[in-house]
Design a protein around this ligand. Structure first.
Ligand code: MRU
Length: 387
């Protein structure tokens, strides 16, 4: 079956699917410099915590493959790469995958084996070390997501005794699928895995205002894969959770993460916290799917997370393809329309923090972490103290 790919990479070439044009148009932008990668991320043509990190890493990889680094020694090449990574790290602040990737890539170039090499060879060894580490991020992310899908589906199956005769319905928020990662997805990866095992009854996805990652991207992915699914507005979640009939009897809310800190507090797309409060009230399990690249052990609690504030137009305007009088969509004609008085004050935080006490499980590629008797998450089984 065809799969959606946000990122297409081969050595020396990076193509990034422009997610602003989805679901109506599939257009890949070539990204060949750190500046182009930065711009893709900042303007959200690529988004989603893992995908952002991968595009930053590979954008610089292509720049280096094209001979942009004119350093003549290994030390200068390391300095060049580090300054480019520092620049890329500033593109979006909340998702920790990017800063974790930057730390790993810096370590990889510092660890390059250069002893006894002539300056030109030593420089090349640094560049090769960078390319290998960046390419590994891409490959590892796909493996991580498949493993998250397996662990998450197993945990939910065990919690509910789900079988193909008694499948589960779930609600998800934002987009955590192939488009937010190198493939398969995190929270949506669990949905995919449940579906593949015949354990999914129905998937609900929120619209995810104001940027509509749910209606533009997740709905598109669910339809693309033929997963039984329904779109709701964010404000319908409480009503859905209250209904306990048929497809609408929700088993779990499954969301992704942009940053999980040491105590388990989780930053994710704005609206996640509201869903967690609702889930607790209605006795629905609340599950976070997060690769270990989204875990930040340096930050103790959610209070330490920087929340990105986004531009006012995301609330006061909307764009989309034009709908013809017969109901068909014309992808070649797009329009931007005002949805509010343009003078109104706007508050537009991109993310919120869900306190750990509202989270039942955090599914990583190395297993599912639940709270201990002390009510705290302990990540030591899935993550060494320093990595
Ligand atoms: O602002 P975005 O679209 O980058 O936000 C994305 C999310 O919040 C996702 O849910 C999160 O990054 C997890 S992606 C696997």
């Amino acid at each position: 079956m065809a799969t959606l790919q946000a990122i297409k990479y081969s050595p020396g070439q990076l193509l990034v699917l422009d997610q602003l044009r989805l679901p109506h148009e599939h257009h890949y932008d070539p990204v060949s410099t750190a500046e182009e990668a930065f711009d893709s991320i900042r303007t959200m043509r690529v988004r989603g915590a893992p995908a952002i990190a991968i595009v930053a890493a590979l954008g610089l990889a292509v720049e280096l493959s094209n001979g942009a680094c004119t350093a003549s020694t290994a030390d200068d090449a390391v300095a060049y790469i580090e300054s480019r990574l520092d620049y890329l790290k500033e593109s979006r602040p909340t998702a920790v995958d990017l800063s974790n990737a930057v730390a790993k890539l810096k370590q990889a170039v510092r660890d390059a084996k250069v002893d006894g090499l002539a300056p030109a060879e030593a420089k090349q060894a640094v560049l090769d070390a960078y390319l290998a580490a960046a390419e590994q991020l891409l490959a590892k992310d796909l493996d991580n997501n498949t493993a998250i899908g397996t662990h998450g589906a197993a945990w939910l199956q065990q919690q509910y005794g789900a079988t193909p005769d008694r499948p589960l319905s779930i609600l998800t928020h934002c987009n955590t699928g192939s488009l937010a990662t190198s493939g398969h997805g995190t929270a949506l990866g669990i949905v995919r895995s449940l579906h593949a095992q015949g354990l999914l009854r129905h998937a609900y996805c929120t619209e995810t205002r104001p940027y509509n990652q749910g209606s533009r991207l997740t709905a598109f992915e669910l339809v693309f894969e033929g997963i039984p699914s329904t779109l709701i507005t964010d404000s319908m979640a409480a009503a859905l959770m209250r209904l306990r009939r048929g497809d609408m009897a929700l088993g779990a809310v499954i969301v992704g993460a942009d940053r999980v800190v040491r105590n388990g507090d989780t930053a994710n797309k704005i609206g996640t916290y509201a869903l967690a409060v609702l889930a607790r009230h209605h006795g629905v399990k609340f599950v976070v799917a997060a690769p270990t690249t989204s875990i930040d052990l340096e930050t103790e609690t959610g209070d330490g997370i920087v929340i990105e504030e986004r531009k006012r137009e995301e609330l006061t305007q909307i764009s989309g393809a034009v709908v013809n009088p017969d109901g068909s969509v014309d992808p070649s004609r797009t329009a931007r329309v005002a949805t509010a008085d343009q003078r109104i004050n706007v508050w537009n935080p991109g993310f919120d923090v869900t306190p750990h006490d509202l989270i039942d499980a955090i599914v990583t590629e190395r297993g599912t972490v639940v709270k201990g008797a002390d009510g705290r998450f302990d990540f030591s089984k899935v993550l060494p103290e320093r990595w």
